[in-house]
Design a protein around this ligand. Sequence first.
Ligand SMILES: *[C@@H]1O[C@H](CO)[C@@H](O)[C@H](O)[C@H]1NC(C)=O
Ligand SMILES: *[C@@H]1O[C@H](CO)[C@@H](O)[C@H](O)[C@H]1NC(C)=O
Ligand SMILES: *[C@@H]1O[C@H](CO)[C@@H](O)[C@H](O)[C@H]1NC(C)=O
Ligand SMILES: *[C@@H]1O[C@H](CO)[C@@H](O)[C@H](O)[C@H]1NC(C)=O
Length: 298
Amino acid sequence: MFPIPLLLLLLTPTILAQTASSKRGLVVVPSSDHPEDDSIWITPPTTLTWYYNYGSRPTSSLSSSNLSFVPMLWGDHNNTFVEDVRGQNDVKWVLGFNEPDMGSNVGGSNIRPGRAAELWKRDIEPLKGDGKDLGAPGVSGSSVGMRWLKEFFEECDGCSVDFIPIHWYGNFEGLASHIGEVRATFPNKTIWITEFGWADQPLAPTQSFFNTTLKYLDRLDYITHYSWFGSFRSDVSNVGPNGAMLNSDGEVTDIGAWYLGRQGEGVKPDNGNSAARVRRGDWVLWGIVYFIIGVWAL
Ligand SMILES: *[C@@H]1O[C@H](CO)[C@@H](O)[C@H](O)[C@H]1NC(C)=O
Ligand SMILES: *[C@@H]1O[C@H](CO)[C@@H](O)[C@H](O)[C@H]1NC(C)=O
Ligand SMILES: *[C@@H]1O[C@H](CO)[C@@H](O)[C@H](O)[C@H]1NC(C)=O
Ligand SMILES: *[C@@H]1O[C@H](CO)[C@@H](O)[C@H](O)[C@H]1NC(C)=O
């Protein structure tokens, strides 16, 4: 006969596997060339429960889905963030600035901690009163980022930060150690990983990083949300092709399928060469046709 605790132990993995997916979200990187790609993320089955798009308003092509939209105040510009958020139903969480410790040349919002604290008090803190959970500024995964964040917390006295969003582009050991440092620095805050990947690696290490990391993040209870940086085609990726969830033809790669909780079909990411070859092939064909027409016209 099974002692009860052992039975529970045997059941736990299934329960974990089911609830784990609820942490999973989408970083929306829209494509003006292929707006149709958006429908891929919300076509069932999907493990995704939430998304953000670096902005304060939902993405219209995703609004028919069940994904919770998480607004972000990206940077330092006068806007109507508080009103924007108050105008939406069902907002539970709000994200602070995107990589304020980084220059705009690399996608950062480039704000000093003191200025960020001023903006926070004006544009984010009021939402705490409405019952939203507030995410700290999402700094880069570097030592500069940690220094920036500590300074922000010193400047932002009386600010109600509920969770710490972090970014990571490196190997698994580095990510685990970074999470450990953030946890040690802010022991009472939950953590979101709002961008992560192992940039510019071959396919096999990228896939094993993906598998190892997701298992790890699903297991840690103080990590409540994460979003893999890869909701784009591999040929336009700025972190190397192999983490992309779509190949250059817009088909779901294995990593894309695994992330969405589907069966991988062996679709490999690529850097667009095959598509380019097809296009070059077309030109050769048309060249021959024009040549024949030209010769015939003579
Ligand atoms: C939203 O969730 C409900 C309940 O789980 C489900 O029946 C419905 O199909 C979902 N809608 C979409 C667009 O995924
Ligand atoms: C931006 O907002 C601040 C505070 O509300 C205000 O003092 C300032 O004049 C605004 N700047 C612009 C350019 O509108
Ligand atoms: C964390 O929370 C505990 C219990 O609420 C409190 O005693 C402790 O001071 C907090 N630690 C920090 C660093 O805020
Ligand atoms: C990653 O996990 C998927 C299933 O989720 C599995 O099919 C695949 O073989 C794994 N790959 C590696 C490299 O671990």
